[in-house]
Write a protein that binds this ligand. Structure first.
Ligand SMILES: NC(=O)c1ccc[n+]([C@@H]2O[C@H](COP(=O)([O-])OP(=O)(O)OC[C@H]3O[C@@H](n4cnc5c(N)ncnc54)[C@H](OP(=O)(O)O)[C@@H]3O)[C@@H](O)[C@H]2O)c1
Length: 267
């Protein structure tokens, strides 16, 4: 039995869709009551114990409000007690890199290390920015207001979240990827302005961006990651997605075309 955490989120919802399409048994987890799902919260150990009963494999997505590995560690602790065999963790590109005297993605690295130390089989998925991040700005796009750009002119191989989920499902259902870390990049390096220009073309409406240089309001760990990205730390492409999925990685433009309606529909 596979437990899918973050099942209502960007990647988890695609994992749920793919497992359903392939008729693979799984249990989806949410903090909210949903028919047929298990209700659990990383901050509630008893709920994790219930969610993990009979589970052999976990897809782990953690998004604590403050960057910390506490949720990963809570899951690891409960998973060890439950006899879980394997954990596939959604991590992030650059986790563990050193930049400006600090560690990039220190919380993801600590989570990865807790999984390794726990004696599980594991696969770590380390994507760069998801193409879908633009959906967070759809109201601004609709009203013609500029979208905040935190990463300056740096480039990233933005990835289609559907590719991340497809690799997650491959890792959850096969032992072939155990003990490996994958940088799940898209096929092309794009600046934020490049992405906005593509979106503008696809949506046939202006997509303005505004550079945000002041980061003081953000937690120090997040600032380190942004500064690393601004210095082109994530400006590289890997062949992990095409290699694992045996097809080309999705482009930002294709993602934008497939989600055109999400930007134009009201709601
Ligand atoms: N966005 C990017 O560009 C990007 C790039 C690289 C890596 N990442 C990594 O990807 C992860 C985020 O993945 P995502 O975008 O798919 O997530 P997401 O869409 O933000 O969804 C987060 C999920 O976490 C669940 N959740 C939140 N707090 C929880 C708690 N206390 N207990 C149990 N579940 C909880 C929520 O489910 P319920 O509300 O249903 O409980 C929700 O489904 C992060 O670790 C991030 O660092 C993101």
């Amino acid at each position: 039995m596979i437990l899918v955490t973050g099942a209502t989120g960007t990647i988890g919802s695609h994992v749920v869709r793919l497992l359903t399409e392939h008729d693979i048994p799984f249990r989806a987890m949410s903090r909210r009551e949903r028919p047929g799902w298990v209700r659990a919260d990383f901050d509630d150990p008893a709920s994790l114990t219930r969610a993990l009963a009979g589970v052999t494999t976990v897809f782990l997505v953690t998004v604590p409000p403050v960057p910390t590995a506490a949720h990963d560690i809570a899951l690891v602790t409960a998973a060890r007690d439950a006899g879980v065999r394997k954990i596939v963790k959604l991590s992030a590109i650059g986790s563990g890199e050193r930049f400006d005297g600090a560690t990039v993605g220190a919380w993801h690295l600590a989570g990865e290390e807790a999984i390794e130390a726990g004696g599980f089989a594991w696969t770590m998925l380390r994507p760069p920015s998801f193409a879908s991040n633009f959906l967070h700005h759809r109201t601004l796009i609709r009203t013609g207001e500029p979208i905040p750009n935190l990463i300056g002119d740096s480039r990233q191989a933005v990835v289609d979240p559907r590719d991340v989920a497809a690799v997650a499902v491959a890792a959850l259902t096969s032992d072939a990827y155990d003990g490996q870390r994958f940088d799940l990049t898209g096929p092309e390096l794009l600046t934020f302005a490049d992405q906005a220009a593509i979106l503008e073309r696809v949506l046939e409406r202006p997509v303005e961006i505004t550079d945000v240089s002041a980061l003081e309001q953000l937690p120090a760990e997040v600032i380190t990651g942004i500064n690393w990205a601004r210095a082109d730390g994530a400006a590289y492409i890997t062949d992990h997605v095409p290699h694992l999925l045996r097809r080309p990685a999705g482009t930002f433009e294709q993602w934008a075309r497939d989600h055109r309606e999400a930007f134009t529909a009201m709601g």
